[in-house]
Ligand binder design. Structure first.
Ligand SMILES: [Zn+2]
Ligand SMILES: [Zn+2]
Length: 253
């Protein structure tokens, strides 16, 4: 029993160290590359420094909870084989990565809509929305109960997607980095998110922080389009923001 506990704690500590390192490194990198885009900042107001400090403190806590859920899923899979057998080979890996993105996006969209409803919002999700002008560091500023809704996917992912541990880890790191970029306040997206591409740019989640009742998904715009929750100005604003970023880059050369 003690030996199992130690193995679980070691897995959790490793995942936490990795997520924390990727969070800090991507925040520093994204803030650095945002500096030359000052003219293309998405919102005119600046985030209050006290709120940024709050977001950093809470992200450090919240990442520990996410690491514990991710590591528990991995540990149960490695130790007891709890979960679906992975698709094999390079093609199988790519297919299970894509599948995990679609399943997580669906998980995130519907649970995110749920925690925006009256019975849940104040207790679960309001904390994250106190940052109306998010910065990269705001990405994981969630109460622990919020993580139980949106991030518990990583605890049960092996039961939902036939993916190996390396594929799920790669997806989690992708989610960690795109989440940081998505809160940065600058449209870092490129051709890959220009409509009709279904991938989100930064504008998508920035609008969610500005307007609250729209843009609930995390990787793709499919669910928001299908359910009529995409902000009506999303595509037009995204195109404007992409053009503004390109102009700021040209001016800075
Ligand atoms: Zn929200
Ligand atoms: Zn957010």
């Amino acid at each position: 029993m003690a030996e199992r506990l130690v193995a679980w704690a070691a897995t959790t500590a490793t995942v936490y160290a990795l997520l924390l390192a990727v969070y800090v490194a991507s925040c520093i990198f994204v803030e650095g590359s945002s500096r030359r885009l000052a003219a293309a900042k998405l919102q005119p107001r600046a985030a209050p420094p006290a709120l940024i400090r709050r977001d950093i403190r809470q992200s450090i806590l919240s990442l520990a909870a996410i690491a514990a859920m991710f590591a528990t899923g991995q540990w149960l899979y490695a130790r007891f084989g709890w979960g679906l057998a992975p698709l094999r080979g390079v093609l199988g890996g790519a297919a299970s990565f894509a599948l995990s993105m679609v399943v997580f996006d669906t998980w995130f969209y519907w649970l995110h809509r749920l925690i925006h409803t009256r019975p849940f919002y104040a207790r679960v999700h309001r904390w994250h929305h106190l940052s109306v002008t998010p910065v990269a560091w705001s990405n994981n500023s969630d109460r622990l109960i919020d993580d139980l809704f949106l991030q518990s996917y990583w605890l049960v992912a092996h039961f939902l997607v036939p993916a190996g541990p390396a594929v799920l880890l790669a997806h989690k790191l992708y989610d960690q980095i795109t989440g940081v970029v998505g809160h940065s306040g600058y449209e870092h997206g490129g051709l890959w998110c220009r409509p009709p591409s279904p991938l989100v740019g930064v504008t998508h989640h920035d609008q969610h922080h500005r307007y609250f009742r729209c843009n609930y998904a995390t990787h793709f715009t499919w669910w928001d389009r299908l359910m009529g929750t995409l902000h009506r100005d999303h595509d037009a604003e995204l195109r404007r923001n992409l053009a503004a970023t390109a102009a700021a880059k040209r001016a800075g050369q």
